[in-house]
Ligand binder design. Structure first.
Ligand SMILES: O=C(O)[C@H](O)CO
Length: 328
């Protein structure tokens, strides 16, 4: 039919050769799909010319340069990530392009990494492992050796009680946390029902034993954990960041950890990524690091790829996106 013929001429670029196969299958069924040879910016700039839809799966910026290289026919962009701070939303909006992200499908995997970091930081995992490796494991039963912190009975502070923040809170309740505080734009009725307390950032810093950062990176959240914030935290306080490194003034965090101002930190995100191998963060025994792998499980990455492809299909068909990014 003429419709099929027209559809089949629309082009899609999958701008990363490592994207799960399911995405290619879904898209190539209806459209002409190219996969870029690499997810380097230079390769994408070449491959993106003339495409109608763009499947994005890198932390490279989507900006005027990329959009210009693609051309005015570009209609839909799907980013295979929940975060979209790497995208110039104003440029996207000005061109009438539809944009989707991948909320919800990664909540569990990211909340799991948050728990891994919280438990490892609270129980001094890097330090304990070092003692084993270095032969400094205290042989006698010293009742005061390697003491950590309990989650049970603790006060939790969640910065950004969105989809991921709520999933973290649920897991912490399973660990018998005593109280859940949260901060954000406004109080959430469903959180009130669960007994979570809405507080401002200062109060959250002062009262929490564990602080989880699960807010997106925006102008408002950039550097929100700075020297003043760490000065307010409890001495036994633990900071967990699964969002974006830029929420934290990393030098101020390092200073607070070194001075024993706070107990520990667990970071899945940091500055820069990849982290410099000579970073101070790697030298501190009270820092747990994972290399931005919050959503890195097979099932979750498949679900993210599928959702991105489905959004692109909806967008190209002129339908509502399943998970649109709100444009400014
Ligand atoms: O935003 C996300 O989904 C993760 O950080 C991976 O990009």
């Amino acid at each position: 039919s003429p419709t099929t013929e027209k559809m089949s001429r629309l082009k899609i670029l999958i701008a990363n050769p490592t994207v799960p196969q399911i995405a290619y299958k879904l898209l190539a069924d209806k459209y002409e799909v190219t996969t870029s040879t690499s997810h380097d910016r230079a390769a994408i700039l070449k491959d993106v010319r003339g495409v109608d839809a763009l499947f994005w799966a890198t932390h490279n910026r989507i900006d005027k340069e990329i959009l210009d290289a693609a051309g005015p026919q570009l209609k839909v962009i799907g980013t295979m990530s929940v975060g979209y701070n790497h995208i110039d939303l104003e440029e996207v909006k000005a061109r009438g392009i539809k944009l989707s992200n991948t909320p919800n499908v990664l909540n569990g995997a990211v909340a799991d990494i948050a728990m891994l970091l919280a438990l490892a930081a609270a129980r001094r995992y890097p330090e304990g492992r070092q003692h084993i490796e270095r032969g400094t494991w205290v042989k006698e039963f010293d009742t005061q050796w390697m003491l950590g912190q309990d989650i049970a009975g603790s006060t939790i502070g969640i910065v950004g009680l969105g989809r991921i923040g709520q999933t973290i809170a649920k897991r912490l309740q399973g660990f018998d946390a005593h109280k859940i505080l949260y901060t954000g734009h406004k109080e959430k009725p469903q959180a009130k029902d669960l007994g979570y307390e809405f507080v401002n950032l200062d109060e959250l810093a002062r009262r929490s034993d564990f602080i989880f950062l699960s807010a997106p990176l925006t102008n408002e959240t950039m550097n929100m954990c700075n020297e003043a914030f760490f000065a307010k935290m409890k001495k036994n306080g633990i900071l967990i960041n699964i969002s974006r490194g830029q929420l934290v003034d990393q030098d101020a965090l390092i200073a607070a950890l070194k001075a024993g101002r706070i107990f520990a930190a667990g970071l899945d995100v940091m500055i820069p990524e990849p982290l410099n191998t000579d970073s101070e963060l790697l030298k501190l025994p009270n820092v747990v690091l994972t290399p931005h792998i919050g959503s890195a499980t097979g099932n979750t990455r498949n679900a993210m790829a599928k959702l991105t492809a489905e959004n692109i299909l909806a967008g190209l068909a002129g339908e509502e996106l399943i998970s649109p990014v709100p444009l400014p």
